[in-house]
Design a protein around this ligand. Structure first.
Ligand SMILES: Cc1ncc(COP(=O)(O)O)c(C=O)c1O
Length: 449
C-alpha cells in the first residue's frame, strides 16, 4: 500500500480525492475537503471490502447456511476489532448503534431511573448530542470552561464534591469539535473514580485522530464508557459504537425492545438476552460494522500515533499560514504545545462566517463548515455573546446568527491544499467589501452555474 513508502501519499487511500467540482466562474477544480470533523470521505479499502463482502451478505445469528455463518462471524469478530482498537478489555461489551448521538441517547436511557433524582455532570464545551439526551431524565450540571474555552478541572472536582451521591455519570468530550482541544481524559478518569463515579468519553472527535486506551494496568485511569461514529473515521454506512462494562449494561433494561433482545419470552414473562444482543433490537447494520472494522484495519496499518503526528503537522502548518493573514481571528490556542486535534475555528473580521464558507466553496472549491457546530453553549462562551443578544435573537430569527468558520483536517489532506486555502483567505480578507457586494443578493447555488 502507498503509505508504506518513504514518502507516503495518504490521499491515495481515499475515494473521490480527485473529483472536480464547479466554481461560480464555471471552471471546474479538484475539490478540497477541510470538513473532516463533520464526516470523512471513505477509505478505498473500506469500499473494496464491502464490495468483496456483498455477495456473501446474509442474515445473522439465526441462519445455519454458510453465508449466514460467515456474515455472523464477521459481525461478531468486528466487535473484537473495535475493542482492540480502543484498548478495551474483555470486561467491556461493544454495542452497535447508528452514530454517537444514538449511542449517548441509549446510554442516557439505560442509566435513567424514574424513581431517583440523579445528576449528570457534563460540560460547557459539549456537542448538543452530549447534553440534550440527558435533560429530560436527569438534573444536568455543567462543568465550566475558562475564557480560553478550556475545561476547569477545579470546577469538576467541586461539582463532584457537591453532588457526589447523586452523580449517575460524568460525561465529557474527548476533543472539542469547535476548538479541537483535547481534554485530559485520564486525569479526569482518576478524579472521577476517586468519587466512585463513572465516566463517559464522547470520542466522536478523538477516536479518529489519536490513540486511545480504555483499559490500562492502572485501573483508576480506565474510561468506563466510550462512544464514537464510524462515519468520522473513513467508514460510511451508518454505524456508531457504545462500549461499556458488560456487568453494568447487563443490569439495564433495554430501551428498544424486539427481536434479538430476548432469551426467553412468554405472554407474561421476559428474560432479556445478555449484552450486546440485549441492547441491539432488530436486524443490525452488518455492512456498517464490517466497514468500521475495515477502516480500523487501515488505520492500524498507518498507526494511530502516526495519524496524530501527521495531522498535528498539518494543523501547525495551517495555523502558521493563517495566523499571519490580516483580519483573521482564531478562536483556539495556536501555540505548538497545545494538545488538540486537527481543528481550527476562525472568523474574518467584518464578514459573516457563512459568507466566508460560501466564498471558499464558490471561488476555490474548498469545503469548510460554518455556524455553531451543534455546540451553542460553548459558542456563546467563546464569542462572549450576551444574554441580551440571546433574548433578542430568540424573538427575532432574522437577527444575525453568530458563529465561526471551521477547518478540520484528515490524515490525507496536503500542504498544497493548505497553501490554496491560505491564498484564498488572504484574497477574501484583503477584498472583503468586493466579496460582500458580490454575494449580497446572490440566490444561485452551485447547481445553477
Ligand atoms: C464531539 C461530538 N460529539 C457528538 C457528535 C455527534 O456525532 P454523530 O452526528 O455522528 O451522531 C459530533 C458530531 O460532529 C461531535 O463532534
Amino acid at each position: 500500500m502507498s503509505f508504506k513508502n518513504n514518502s507516503p501519499s495518504y490521499a491515495d487511500l481515499i475515494l473521490g480525492i480527485n473529483k472536480k467540482v464547479p466554481l461560480i466562474s464555471g471552471k471546474m477544480v479538484t475539490a478540497i475537503n477541510f470538513d473532516n470533523a463533520a464526516t470523512t470521505p471513505p477509505f478505498k479499502s473500506v469500499m473494496e471490502d464491502i464490495i468483496d463482502f456483498a455477495p456473501w451478505y446474509s442474515s445473522i445469528h439465526r441462519g445455519e447456511g454458510y453465508k449466514s455463518q460467515l456474515t455472523t462471524k464477521l459481525y461478531d469478530d468486528s466487535r473484537n476489532i473495535v475493542r482492540n482498537f480502543v484498548n478495551a478489555d474483555s470486561s467491556n461489551t461493544v454495542i452497535y448503534v447508528k452514530n454517537t448521538t444514538e449511542a449517548i441517547n441509549k446510554l442516557s436511557n439505560l442509566l435513567h431511573d424514574p424513581y431517583k433524582k440523579n445528576v449528570i455532570l457534563t460540560t460547557d464545551m459539549e456537542h448538543h448530542s452530549n447534553d440534550l439526551p440527558y435533560r429530560d431524565k436527569f438534573i444536568v450540571e455543567y462543568i465550566s470552561v475558562d475564557t480560553n474555552g478550556r475545561l476547569s478541572l477545579d470546577d469538576l472536582e467541586s461539582k463532584l464534591i457537591k453532588y457526589n451521591d447523586y452523580v449517575r455519570l460524568v460525561t465529557i468530550t474527548g476533543a472539542s469539535n469547535v476548538t479541537g482541544y483535547k481534554n485530559p481524559i485520564y486525569d479526569i478518569a482518576k478524579l472521577v473514580h476517586r468519587f466512585n463515579c463513572k465516566l463517559l468519553i464522547d470520542g466522536a472527535q478523538l477516536i479518529p485522530h489519536a490513540p486511545f486506551i480504555m483499559n490500562s494496568k492502572n485501573t483508576e485511569y480506565n474510561i468506563d464508557f466510550l462512544v464514537f461514529s464510524a462515519h468520522k473515521m473513513y467508514a460510511p454506512f451508518g454505524t456508531g459504537v457504545l462500549i461499556g462494562p458488560k456487568n453494568v449494561l447487563d443490569n439495564c433494561d433495554p430501551d428498544l425492545v424486539g427481536g434479538g433482545t430476548v432469551d426467553i419470552v412468554t405472554h407474561d414473562f421476559i428474560k432479556w438476552n445478555e449484552s450486546p444482543e440485549r441492547h441491539e433490537a432488530g436486524s443490525p447494520n452488518v455492512i456498517g460494522s464490517i466497514a468500521l472494522a475495515s477502516a480500523i484495519g487501515t488505520l492500524n496499518k498507518i498507526g494511530m500515533a502516526n495519524v496524530e503526528c501527521i495531522e498535528k503537522k498539518l494543523t501547525s502548518y495551517a495555523i502558521s499560514k493563517i495566523k499571519s493573514i490580516p483580519n483573521i481571528e482564531i478562536y483556539s490556542d495556536t501555540s505548538k504545545c497545545v494538545d488538540k486535534v486537527s481543528i481550527i475555528p476562525f472568523n474574518i473580521c467584518g464578514m459573516h462566517h457563512a459568507l466566508v464558507a460560501k466564498i471558499l466553496s464558490y471561488e476555490w472549491g474548498i469545503s469548510v463548515r460554518s455556524g455553531c457546530f451543534c455546540a451553542q453553549p460553548y459558542m456563546v462562551k467563546l464569542l462572549d455573546i450576551s444574554n441580551e443578544f440571546l433574548i433578542k435573537r430568540l424573538k427575532n430569527p432574522e437577527l444575525y446568527h453568530p458563529g465561526m468558520v471551521r477547518i478540520s483536517f484528515g490524515l490525507y489532506n496536503t500542504y498544497e491544499e493548505i497553501d490554496i486555502l491560505a491564498y484564498a483567505l488572504e484574497k477574501i480578507s484583503s477584498k472583503r467589501d468586493y466579496y460582500i457586494i458580490k454575494y449580497e443578493n446572490m440566490k444561485k447555488t452551485l447547481f445553477d452555474f
